[in-house]
Write a new protein. Structure first.
Length: 276
């Protein structure tokens, strides 16, 4: 019997997750079907319960439902607990298990695909919302020397840093970006500005000092953040397509017990969006 999985969100028609998981299944010989589910903003929980009751085995969860996925779960992994949000649900033994694979996806993309050594690195993380909270614990676990959270509202960045109680973490407003800049730092944009074609207010000197600029958003064209990084002379940069593939692979491993080869899937998606 073919097992059913899906990604649920609102909106959802743009999702590349069905294509990614179809390639993973074909590559690993897994008998599964993966679809996209549009959940009403006031009906997410009902969609999840109905999918599970109909025999569904697991769900990926995207915006704006990750916090609600965390809340409805019966059990939560340490990664989900640290993030306060879940992007992966597993239905097993009449329980809903929640996990968060976003952070491990980011770390694998940065280290395995782009060759960054995070151990001992200085990281500037832009944004203090759900995307940022999901990657903090894995970045700390990767051995970064310091992780500074910069956000439009300083209090929100400070509150997020305080949640983890790690001396390597600190929070400040965007006005502190120049002071936060470190020669050779890794600069990660976890804000949603790129979805609107905008970029956070990063001074050119910060881009110039950084060794790598990373935007969690991706598209057929470089984001405004990456264009600004290139114009300021940042030596290396990447968008979040690789993170998307790597977090999906970790979800697939949790569901199926096998880790797919992500590189051919990443290359196929990169070709599909028309950008090298």
């Amino acid at each position: 019997m073919t097992d059913r999985y899906a990604v649920v969100g609102n909106p959802i028609a743009h999702s590349r997750s069905p294509a990614i998981h179809a390639r993973f299944a074909a590559q690993t010989g897994q008998d599964l079907r993966y679809e996209a589910l549009l959940a009403p903003l006031d009906g997410f929980e009902a969609v999840v319960r109905d999918f599970a009751a109909a025999g569904g085995c697991g769900l990926n969860v995207t915006v704006p439902f990750k916090e609600r996925a965390f809340a409805l779960a019966d059990r939560r992994s340490p990664r989900a607990q640290a993030a306060g949000a879940a992007n992966t649900l597993i239905f097993a033994s009449c329980e809903v298990l929640a996990d968060n694979t976003d952070g491990v996806g980011l770390v694998r993309d940065l280290t395995a695909r782009h060759g960054l050594a995070l151990a001992g690195a200085s990281v500037l993380l832009l944004g203090a919302g759900g995307a940022a909270s999901g990657v903090i614990e894995p970045l700390l676990a990767a051995g970064v020397r310091e992780l500074r959270i910069l956000n439009r509202t300083a209090e929100r960045a400070q509150a997020l840093a305080a949640r983890f109680a790690d001396p390597r973490l600190s929070g400040a407003g965007f006005e502190g970006l120049t002071d936060a800049a470190r020669q050779g730092a890794v600069l990660i944009n976890a804000t949603s500005a790129g979805l609107a074609g905008e970029a956070p207010p990063v001074p050119a000197a910060v881009f110039e000092a950084s060794c790598f600029a990373y935007d969690m958003v991706y598209g057929a064209q470089p984001t405004a953040f990456l264009r600004a990084a290139a114009a300021a002379g940042c030596p290396a940069m990447a968008d979040g397509l690789g993170m998307l593939v790597e977090q999906a692979a970790e979800s697939f491993r949790l569901w199926r017990g096998v880790m797919p080869d992500t590189e051919p899937v990443y290359r196929a998606l990169r070709e599909a969006i028309g950008r090298p």
